[in-house]
Write a protein that binds this ligand. Structure first.
Ligand SMILES: Cc1cc2nc3c(=O)[nH]c(=O)nc-3n(C[C@H](O)[C@H](O)[C@H](O)COP(=O)(O)O)c2cc1C
Length: 407
């Protein structure tokens, strides 16, 4: 039988581990977990659920603690099916049990499932639910963190925040806690999660964290809906979220490109070498496609998260950038990493067969992603000659000098 994991007296992790998942809506990951929690006072509440097909894990872990029928309340913090996929089954098995959710979630659920027989209770912001036995849940609306329906649940007596996707990480591991997995690994997974999913919400993250601070609720543990539970480093992950939301970055440059015959790759290497002579960190990301192992776009945006500069290269293919580069830039435009408080700079470059045009298109798309254009597009024909190489080396040096002056 699968086992629950006790995280505090009367509070258990009862989630599912999805060891095999390698791509989730275009985000590469080493598996993930769908965390659900059981809170036991005189009454029992189940917080969140799992992706469809993993209900059996949830049920076995719950039943390692108590029979399923003992559940008095279900809390649905978020409608996305990686957390709510178990609700159709649970609403059938426990038809009388009220399901707590936001008003917006109620509408969203009706677009996913037949909810006509569900016993839905819509919460008011900061509504309390006393389970007795020293366990009180408080519901906090958190619209757009990360969907319009999202809410956080707070267990006051134990100072545990259940913020659903916020503070989560996509990682499947035998460890359940930050100090078991290792803080550096946990932070890295959290950084990738933020870079891909949370950066566009940066202003909302700052506003919500400000509201939580104003409420004066102490948080000793953060139990998100994916990955490990922050029990030793709750303050560190909150602090990291504030920095990421503000766009705090290092003296680091991400060079991202694709190439057909490596002329653009040679230019990228000269830019990198020039920057390295100035002592800044360089990430050199050839985009993953059918030919090269390369770097997946979801890892490139992780590199960009704490970079002060983003340099993008592509040769021209039928007047436009390579589809890998164009696709990456559309992804970046959605994430808008340059629109945070602290800005990022960049420019575009690439090889051509005489006409060119790709770097100009890249420049326009970089601007849409909020990246401040530091230099006009740089193009050359076929292989870079000695003059081109010197130019790219110098551009690397100059942009490195520039970012060292930035806050
Ligand atoms: C299918 C194809 C289409 C191309 N279209 C253009 C084009 O529209 N304009 C242009 O200037 N060069 C064009 N080129 C030439 C490439 O941009 C040129 O060979 C460049 O040096 C390739 O850079 P790379 O070595 O970084 O791949 C094209 C090349 C290929 C193979």
């Amino acid at each position: 039988m699968l086992q629950a994991v006790k995280i505090k007296d009367g509070v258990y992790w009862v989630g599912a581990i999805d060891w095999n998942l390698r791509d989730y809506h275009g985000y590469t990951l080493p598996g993930t977990t769908y965390n659900a929690y059981l809170v036991i006072g005189e009454k029992v509440a189940l917080i969140d659920g799992t992706y469809p097909g993993h209900e059996w894990q949830l049920i076995e872990r719950i039943e390692s603690v108590l029979p399923l029928e003992k559940i008095d309340y279900i809390v649905a913090n978020h409608i996305e099916i990686d957390h709510s996929g178990s609700l159709p089954l649970f609403s059938k098995k426990l038809p009388k049990v009220p399901i707590y959710m936001t008003e917006i979630a109620k509408k969203g659920f009706a677009r996913h499932f037949d909810t006509s027989a569900w016993n839905i209770h819509t919460i008011k912001n900061l509504e309390n639910l006393s389970l007795g036995g020293g366990k009180t849940l408080t519901f906090l609306e958190a619209p757009f963190l990360h969907w319009p329906d999202s809410m956080f649940t707070y267990l006051g007596e134990d100072k545990i925040l259940f913020p659903n996707d916020a503070f989560g990480q996509h990682v499947a591991s035998s460890e359940r806690f930050d100090d078991e997995l290792g803080i550096d690994i946990a932070m890295e997974h959290a950084a990738k999660f933020v870079a891909n999913l949370i950066v566009p919400l940066s202003p909302k993250v700052l506003k919500k964290l400000g509201e939580v601070t104003e409420l004066g609720v102490p948080i000793e543990m953060i139990a998100p809906s994916h990955g490990i539970i922050w029990r030793s480093h709750a303050a560190d992950i909150i602090n990291a979220y504030v920095n990421w939301a503000n766009g705090v970055a290092k003296n680091k440059i991400t060079i991202v490109y694709d190439t057909m015959h490596y002329s653009t790759g040679i230019a990228a290497q000269y830019i990198a070498e020039g920057a390295i002579t100035e002592g800044v960190e360089v990430k050199f990301d050839l985009l993953k496609d059918g030919r090269y192992e390369g770097v997946h776009r979801s890892d490139v945006v992780r590199d960009i998260l704490d970079s002060k500069a983003v340099i993008v290269g592509s040769p021209t293919l039928e007047d436009y950038p390579l589809p890998t580069v164009a696709g990456f830039l559309y992804y970046l435009m959605g994430i808008r990493p340059g629109k945070q408080t602290q800005k990022k700079i960049g420019f575009a470059f690439g090889s051509n067969g005489g006409k060119g045009g790709a770097p100009k298109v890249i420049t326009e798309l970089l601007e849409k992603a909020g990246i401040q254009i530091w230099h006009e597009p740089v193009e050359f024909t076929y292989r870079p000659d000695q003059q081109d190489k010197e130019k790219f080396f110098k551009l690397g040096q100059e942009i490195a000098k520039e970012i060292k002056k930035m806050p």
